[in-house]
Design a protein around this ligand. Structure first.
Ligand code: SF4
Ligand code: SF4
Length: 383
């Protein structure tokens, strides 16, 4: 495993890291097998943005007796309310769930305390000019967090956060598809053949993103990466916006070759997935090379592609929107749901046909997914 300096934090983190989100809803045994495989193979950084008490407790159990082997990237303002993940601006809730995270992890410190998901200017202003930042900075002074981070999908907010001088790390979504998107587009920009024909070099990056990476690199702000595989969309030519499939190793390499990036955090839910990610460490230069995607791609669009992140919660009808979305996409790829897929879908506590069409989720989705429409689609497909 290669270890990289995480900006100015003084931490040396594994360039392949573990994102905990896919371990939510899994039994302790499965979480433990993934954590064991990760730690035994040198992975030493874990992100836990999840507020679900059970996944927090499971991860904490798995770290018992070996807490120091993992840099924990925890989050402020990710809360559990009425059985669902939610983001809050209420300082009382922020404190409550931050303390809950520490308690469930059985630790009195986090390596990185992250101001969670600041995707718009309103949240940025409220957090950076109010009690949440004050609370986070106090935790840093007391040594309860060792570094202060921000997580966001939005390069404009990320750059603003970096320029405050207060932030040591940024958890940011990076992959070759996101990097060419217009940061101001209400929806991700559609790119056609003409765009790809005009590419002068492989440094095909939106200028704000480019500035962000360069700024972080030159100011010693460590970037950790989420969404490196675009929730698997890049791994299949049918869903890749380039019309060509990349491998996990190529996606990891893309993110790791952006300036400022220290670690790519990948959602792993099985030992096989841990091994697939770890193959990056022994992959040859040819195996890592992603440049072929830029040659005459026939299509490009990330418009409305669900990333299964559940940032759209809470749902008025308590639907696990990411899970329904995942089952829907699997069924669409196959043409119709297989019996086992249908069984998984039917086991959901709340299903798509319960959607009330209120549209609240769509205002929360950072990827402009037409959730109401997809709920109708899922309801029709699964019956
Ligand atoms: S609909 Fe949007 S917020 Fe919800 S899971 Fe999909 S990408 Fe994430
Ligand atoms: S539109 Fe449907 S899925 Fe979205 S919050 Fe309302 S009930 Fe939930």
């Amino acid at each position: 495993m290669v270890y990289r300096e995480l900006g100015r934090t003084g931490f040396k983190v594994s360039e392949v890291g573990l994102g905990g989100e896919y371990l939510e809803g899994k039994r302790l045994g499965q979480v433990k097998s993934v954590m064991d495989a990760a730690i035994d193979n040198g992975i030493n950084i874990l992100d836990c943005f999840m507020s679900n008490p059970s996944v927090r407790s499971n991860l904490g159990q798995c770290l018992k007796g070996r807490r120091e082997k993992m840099h924990i990237q925890g989050h402020f303002r990710s809360i559990w309310n009425d059985g669902q993940y939610q983001r809050t601006l209420d300082i009382k809730q922020v404190k409550l769930f931050f303390e809950d995270l520490l308690a469930r992890f059985g630790t009195d410190y986090l390596d990185i305390g992250t101001l969670h998901l600041i995707d718009n200017a309103g949240d940025f202003d409220e957090i950076f000019n109010g009690p949440i930042l004050e609370y986070a900075l106090r935790q840093k002074e007391k040594g309860v967090i060792r570094a202060l981070g921000v997580s966001t999908h939005n390069p404009v907010q990320a750059l603003k956060a970096a320029k405050t001088g207060l932030v040591d790390t940024i958890l940011f979504s990076i992959n070759p598809a996101y990097d060419v998107m217009d940061e101001n587009a209400a929806r991700p920009k559609k790119l056609d053949n003409a765009f790809f024909n005009d590419l002068g070099s492989l440094n095909c990056i939106n200028s704000v993103r480019q500035e962000l990476y360069a700024y972080c690199a030159s100011h010693n702000i460590g970037i950790t990466v989420m969404k490196a595989l675009a929730a698997g969309a890049l791994l299949d030519e049918r869903t890749s916006p380039f019309g060509k499939a990349l491998t996990t190793q190529q996606c990891i390499h893309y993110a790791l070759t952006r300036p400022g990036v220290a670690s790519v955090l990948l959602g792993m839910q099985t030992v096989e997935q841990v091994e697939d990610c770890l193959r990056y460490e022994t992959a040859s230069a040819e195996e890592r090379d992603y440049s072929f995607i830029y040659s005459q791609s026939s299509k490009f669009s990330m418009d409305g592609k669900c990333m299964y992140c559940n940032h759209c919660l809470p749902c008025t009808a308590h639907i696990d929107i990411a899970q329904v979305g995942k089952y829907l996409d699997m069924a669409l790829l196959e043409g119709k749901p297989s019996p086992s897929l249908r069984e998984h879908y039917m086991a959901l506590e709340h299903r798509a046909d319960e959607c009330l069409g209120c549209g609240i989720c769509e205002t929360q989705c950072p990827f402009n997914v037409q959730i109401v429409e997809r709920m109708k689609q899922a309801s029709e497909l699964f019956g």
